[in-house]
Design a protein around this ligand. Structure first.
Ligand code: CAO
Length: 408
């Protein structure tokens, strides 16, 4: 079946997580993604290995549906071959440390000379200016994009979130930029430079906290559980952060993830009050309106928790959904990977890997009716050297010589 990005060739020089998360989505949308690695390979092939001498899950879960070639970009012949690869590519993606591609000899000006239709997409930690030369990892971006200062409880330290908003969050932003550039190229017939800074991607996802920073000038943030406010947005534990109050309350049997997150919308309150055996609170002027409840949200959720603790999180979910109260059980990683519904949806899929056997990964969250995704294994290092270099006109003996010389 045809795919949305059929005919698009992506030269993928990405490594670790942020860049590979982007190019994996492009591959799932149908692009031919050729991952170009140093002869030593993407470092994550070896990081956090669970099976000796087998590509790690870190690598396999971020590099599905790609082809792999090796190329030593610090050799003269490597640079020549790279120039040829650029000519036959639509998109070049990289997330090296600042200046690395320039140091390889391929400035944006040079790249445009080689292929004016090429879209050159990069992830860096920061935009131009003060931090432009700084390297960055996931948590650096969470720290400097506003996520850490706003995550956790008021009396605890700044806290990292498990969702990789700095790496994969930036990767998803880059996907949007690349697709827009491909679309604009249809009109202009020109490539363009696409860049996303991890700090700015996290900031984009922390937008509502900057909303609250500005609201602080006009008084306390009444929906926050905090008693006092200074001049910056405090950490607010499990408060919903939106216009409707929410909290994670305990359920039976009391394990570390036996919690459910409950949102109390205005029309939901009388139904919840009835359900938890306190129907009088629906009419009581001290409790009946959102404004009346605002200064006692902790008491409100404590009352709800007295009730939820009698049931499992799934039972509570069923009961609340019957009343159309939005809620979500806190699901552990074990529950997610074993979840039958997610498996049926293709959200968690089994993939066969030639060396490790079957492994589970997260499927594409993008569902296009005319461009279905079949998740296929990540490639071995240099697995596609033969076919890709043959496309450039190299014969078998030349490919062997290049390998012996450490060029590929
Ligand atoms: N052939 C030869 N050399 C190659 C090569 C190839 N095919 N591919 C890469 N290299 C070289 C580069 O030329 C560079 O060498 P120089 O520094 O001598 O120019 C080096 O490998 C790569 O450097 P790096 O700075 O990217 O790698 P690092 O391990 O020191 O830093 C990271 C890693 C992630 C901090 C850095 O790449 C970075 O800041 N990237 C941008 C932000 C980002 O994406 N971070 C998220 C990472 S995911 O958690």
């Amino acid at each position: 079946m045809e795919k949305a990005l059929d005919g698009v060739r992506v030269l993928d020089m990405t490594h670790v997580q942020s860049g590979p998360s982007c190019t994996q989505i492009l591959a799932w949308l149908g692009a031919d993604v050729v991952k170009l690695e140093a002869t030593s390979g993407d470092i994550t092939r070896q990081q956090l290995r669970d099976i000796p001498d087998v590509d790690s899950l870190y690598f396999t879960m971020l590099n599905c549906n790609k082809r792999s070639i090796t190329l030593n970009m610090k050799s003269d012949r490597g640079k020549e071959l790279f120039t040829e690869l650029l000519k036959s590519s639509d998109v070049l993606v990289e997330n090296f440390g600042p200046g690395a591609v320039d140091r390889m000899g391929f400035t944006w000006e040079r790249i445009q000379e080689i292929n004016p239709r090429l879209i050159f997409a990069s992830i860096k930690g920061f935009g131009p200016g003060r931090f432009a030369d700084c390297k960055a990892y996931e948590v650096v971006a969470q720290a400097m994009g506003g996520a850490m200062s706003t995550t956790g409880f008021e009396d605890g330290p700044p806290t990292v979130t498990g969702a990789q908003i700095g790496d994969s969050g930036t990767g998803m932003h880059l996907v949007a930029g690349i697709l827009a550039a491909l679309f604009q190229r249809v009109q202009t017939d020109r490539g363009q430079r696409v860049t996303v800074a991890m700090q700015e991607a996290v900031l984009n996802l922390t937008r509502v906290k900057l909303r609250d920073q500005q609201r602080l000038a006009h008084g306390p943030l009444k929906e926050y559980p905090n008693a006092e406010f200074g001049d910056e947005v405090p950490r607010s534990g499990n408060a919903s952060g939106g216009g409707q109050p929410g909290w994670a309350v305990r359920c039976s049997p009391g394990g570390p993830n036996d919690y459910i997150y409950i949102i109390v919308q205005p029309p939901g309150w009388p139904r919840i009050a009835e359900l938890i055996g306190r129907p009088e609170l629906a009419e009581d002027p001290e409790w009946s309106t959102p404004e009346a409840r605002l200064d006692k949200l902790d008491k409100m959720f404590a009352l709800i928790e007295e009730w939820t603790q009698q049931y499992s999180k799934w039972e509570v979910m069923d009961k609340l959904n019957e009343l159309t109260v939005p809620c979500g059980p806190i699901l552990s990683t074990k529950e997610l990977i074993e979840d039958e519904t997610l498996a049926e949806l293709g959200a968690v899929v089994d993939v066969k890997h030639p060396d490790r056997g079957e492994f589970k990964t997260v499927g594409s969250p993008l569902k296009l009716s005319d461009s279905p995704v079949a998740v296929e294994t990540s490639p071995a290092l240099g697995e596609h050297n033969g076919e890709i270099y043959a496309e450039l006109g190299l014969g078998e003996s030349e490919i062997s010589e290049l390998k012996a010389a450490g060029v590929i």
